[in-house]
Design a protein around this ligand. Structure first.
Ligand code: SF4
Length: 65
């Protein structure tokens, strides 16, 4: 969740999940999350930096998983 808030704060100067380029979709049945990044992502890496669980990492210089 910190990744979502960091993205909106860094890119729009607001703490608003609706503004974030990164989204988490919860699968209620499996109790898992899927992370997706929308087109506007600037590859700044702020979301990776703030994740306490190290759930995000760069896949290559332009994308991450
Ligand atoms: S890398 Fe993309 S999703 Fe992550 S904080 Fe930056 S703009 Fe947002």
């Amino acid at each position: 969740m910190s990744c979502i808030l960091a993205c909106s704060l860094f890119n729009f100067n607001v703490i608003n999940p609706e503004k974030s380029f990164i989204k988490l979709d919860k699968n209620e049945e499996r109790q898992t999350f899927t992370i997706s990044v929308s087109e506007g992502c600037k590859s700044c890496g702020e979301c990776i930096t703030v994740c306490a669980y190290k759930a995000l990492e760069w896949e290559d210089e332009n994308s991450y998983n």
